[in-house]
Write a new protein. Structure first.
Length: 464
């Protein structure tokens, strides 16, 4: 009964700003942290922490962890460190502070120290999927001799945990490694539960694609779609990274770093579309896009600038890219937002930027600045023309638009991978209930779908 009342009280505290009338400074501050963590933007949380951070101490574990996490996301590192030291001292058996220590050191580029904290977190709580995922990632990033053994061990213990399976699959880099991942995952499922298995098939498809095993990737996605058609997880949407309400803060931080390098740049692709059409980043976009002309491209300087900045971490990108910084630089902001910095190069009278499977060409352009939300924002000169070449009718929102398939300025570089991308898009569309788009994409990806057993069965079920 007491536990039930306690849960109700906490739910009320997080849904209503009752902290304003709670007596007692310390209690009021912790109630405010709970409320802001559930209802405010990270900047609003940070503003509250700036004003009341001195009142926070680790005598209340959950509120102190919330405060430390919010401070981490917004770069209040002194407060993060103080709270984590207090938490580690007061609650030495808890693994969460060690996980956050690992994240903090990861963004500082101190990977070996981060790995030490991840190992400690895993020892403190062998059931923690967050600790296991960090350990997999850091063992790979520090090139530990046992990195793959660590990954397969985590997969064996947590075969249906989203964070663990994703991290193992994300670091797959060869066909042989993919086969070992599939064998370990399959063996770990003593009593396969279709509801838990279905979401992980798309993770395994990612591992296959990263290994260059596109037939296997399509087979796994097709298995997932067949399960959906049989009624497994009908309400579950495929998780997609989306820009949150704090996207402007990420743009500000990116532009600050770029301005400091002195390298000319501009907001490009979907981010340029958002600036012109909506006067800000599009909430349904999935990353921030910047461009740098080939004559200004200095990958070493860009990598150094962002690698040394505590709010950003570099991502190695897709293993099929080869040189990861030849065409673009992948970044992740502490707030979770992904950032792509593209190299724009001239060819055959156009200016191009390219991804793994396609490239996009537009008429040559310069850089102009526009005033948007009290900021001087660099954009392609004559941005309306640039957007028309990239999107066609750019003024009308199109929730189905996919730059890898639908852009009028798209040139395919790797047809087989685009077919796989269409199958992946079909998988997501089916999860959203958009059967018509799923059917269209599977028809366009026909040769690759027809090459796999589950793909052929899927085409029969959908009467393609």
């Amino acid at each position: 009964m007491l536990d039930k009342l306690r849960r109700r009280a906490q739910a009320t505290t997080t849904s209503l700003p009752l902290y304003r009338v709670i007596p007692g400074r310390a209690t009021r501050t912790y109630a405010a942290v709970h409320y802001h963590a559930s209802n405010a933007t990270e900047d609003e949380v940070a503003a509250y922490l700036d004003e009341h951070g001195d009142d926070l101490h680790a005598n209340r574990y959950s509120a102190a962890m919330l405060a430390a996490s919010a401070a981490f996301a917004t770069g209040r590192d002194e407060l993060v460190e103080r709270l984590l030291r207090e938490l580690s001292s007061r609650f030495p058996d808890q693994s969460e502070p060690e996980v956050l220590w690992a994240d903090l050191l990861l963004f500082r580029g101190q990977l070996d120290q981060a790995l030490t904290h991840a190992r400690r977190a895993a020892l403190l709580d062998p059931t923690s999927t967050a600790a296991a995922a960090r350990l997999v990632r850091l063992a790979a990033d520090t090139h530990q001799p046992d990195a793959e053994t660590t990954a397969l061990s985590a997969l064996r213990r947590f075969p249906t945990a989203p964070g663990v399976v994703w991290m193992v699959c994300k670091h797959c880099a060869s066909p042989e490694q993919f086969q070992r991942i599939v064998a370990t995952w399959t063996a770990a499922l003593d009593k396969p539960n279709a509801r838990k298995v279905e979401p992980r098939l798309s993770n395994l498809a990612t591992a296959a694609a990263r290994a260059g095993e596109l037939d296997s990737a399509v087979e796994l996605l097709s298995q997932g779609m067949l399960l959906r058609l049989e009624g497994v997880n009908p309400q579950r949407e495929v998780a997609e990274k989306k820009l949150g309400k704090d996207a402007w803060a990420t743009i500000d931080d990116v532009m600050s770093v770029m301005d400091a390098t002195g390298i000319p740049y501009f907001l490009s692709n979907g981010t340029a579309l958002g600036m012109v059409r909506a006067k800000g980043p599009l909430s349904h976009d999935n990353d921030i896009d910047l461009g740098v002309f080939a004559e200004d491209w200095d990958a070493e300087r860009l990598v150094e600038a962002f690698n040394s900045h505590p709010l950003f971490e570099l991502d190695g990108g897709h293993p099929q890219y080869g040189d990861p910084y030849r065409t673009k630089i992948f970044l992740r902001h502490r707030r979770g937002t992904w950032v792509d910095i593209w190299r724009f190069y001239p060819d055959a009278g156009k200016v191009w930027n390219e991804g793994l499977l396609v490239r996009w060409g537009t008429s040559p352009f310069g850089i102009e600045r526009r005033r948007i939300k009290d900021r001087s924002v660099p954009l392609p000169s004559d941005p309306e023309r640039y957007l028309e070449e990239c999107y066609g009718d750019w003024r009308t929102p199109n929730p189905r638009f996919d730059a890898f398939c639908d852009g009028p300025n798209t040139e395919v570089l790797w047809p087989e991978y685009q077919h796989f991308h269409r199958v992946r898009r079909a998988h997501r569309s089916l999860a959203k209930g958009d059967v018509a788009d799923a059917v269209t994409q599977l028809e366009l990806a026909g040769p690759l779908v027809g090459a796999t057993p589950s793909g052929r069965l899927l085409t029969e079920r959908l009467a393609l």
